[in-house]
Design a protein around this ligand. Structure first.
Ligand SMILES: [Zn+2]
Length: 322
């Protein structure tokens, strides 16, 4: 399996939209496309998705107009089956006059919506958050103006004209192993008995591989030697790109005094099975790349899936990777 195939198995990675970057530079095309029958507008509320009966709400242009939301410039996401898809932030949910519509986290719907819609919404949430948190020019403080369907923000001051592009935060997440054992750890703020692999944000001036080495040393006091790439995942909580790595060490002596881990443990596959049987270890749910990193290792060691031991719900992932 190549890295493309591995990444496509991660949640939020089955992006069906063609972003048509060349077309979004054309304001006339954008204006016409928006009003086309079948254009789809997903409704968001800050970092939440608006749902009706547990499923994400999407309006067509007529519904958008009736709800008075056509005054807001929607964020153009891309094309699927010739139809344009957009994200629209709804400031006041009450203004929709539909009591059945409510905000919810994307985390809470990934087990029942299709993976392509989950991927569109993950993309939409990051774009929406960027717009909500990037109102003023970072150089001169003047107001930004949206351009290219919302993929560019331009400073409104003629003396400045600074241009801003959407930002994501790269974070490495790594499965550390020593011979047949895997390193699992937990933070004190996580739900009881939740364990995961280590993760952390990439800092300026370092490669991804150096970030893996630094984070493992900072969090667990371990020097890793071999570091190799596994897969990646867009992670919209709130705006990360998770870059999954495998790291190997000969050094099992843990030191967690200097960082924010509550505990860290080495387990081989049989020990992990026993801990999962007793619910002493509850792993990250399938929504996370952490789950994939552990699942791949477990499959390699046992030929079986973690799912045979644990039915893991999205609520178990609260606060992870944030
Ligand atoms: Zn400016």
């Amino acid at each position: 399996m190549d890295h493309l195939q591995r990444s496509l198995l991660n949640c939020f990675s089955l992006q069906p939209l063609d972003r048509t970057a060349h077309l979004r530079e054309n304001p006339k095309w954008l204006a016409e496309k928006k009003k086309q029958s079948g254009s789809t507008f997903y409704l968001l509320n800050n970092d939440s998705v608006l749902i009706n009966d547990a499923y994400p709400v999407s309006f067509n242009y007529d519904q958008l107009t009736k709800a008075g939301l056509n005054q807001v410039e929607p964020i153009y996401l891309g094309i699927k089956n010739e139809l344009a898809h957009y994200a629209v932030n709804v400031d006041e949910i009450e203004s929709l006059h539909q009591s059945v519509i409510e905000p919810t986290s994307l985390r809470d719907m990934t087990d029942h919506i299709d993976p392509q819609t989950a991927s569109i919404l993950a993309y939409a949430l990051v774009m929406n958050r960027w717009h909500l948190t990037t109102k003023y020019c970072r150089r001169c403080g003047s107001r930004y103006q949206s351009a290219q369907g919302g993929h560019v923000l331009k400073c409104s001051s003629p003396d400045c004209r600074h241009t801003e592009f959407p930002r994501i935060n790269p974070a490495v997440i790594m499965r550390v192993t020593c011979d047949d054992k895997i390193l699992l750890a937990r933070q004190p703020t996580w739900p009881k008995n939740r364990y995961s692999v280590l993760a952390g944000f990439v800092e300026p001036g370092e490669t991804l591989e150096h970030a893996v080495q630094r984070e493992v040393m900072e969090e667990a006091g371990i020097k890793v030697d071999r570091v190799y790439y596994h897969s990646s995942q867009p992670w919209p909580f709130p705006n990360s790109l998770m870059i999954g790595y495998c790291a190997e060490t000969r050094d099992m002596k843990l030191d967690i005094e200097n960082d924010d881990l509550e505990t860290a443990i080495w387990l081989d596959a049989d020990e992990l099975k026993a801990q999962m049987d007793q619910r002493n270890v509850i792993l990250s749910p399938p929504i996370s790349i952490s789950h994939r990193l552990i699942e791949d290792w477990f499959m390699d060691k046992t030929g079986r899936s973690i799912k045979e031991w644990q039915d893991i719900k999205p609520e178990h992932i609260v606060h992870e990777n944030e």
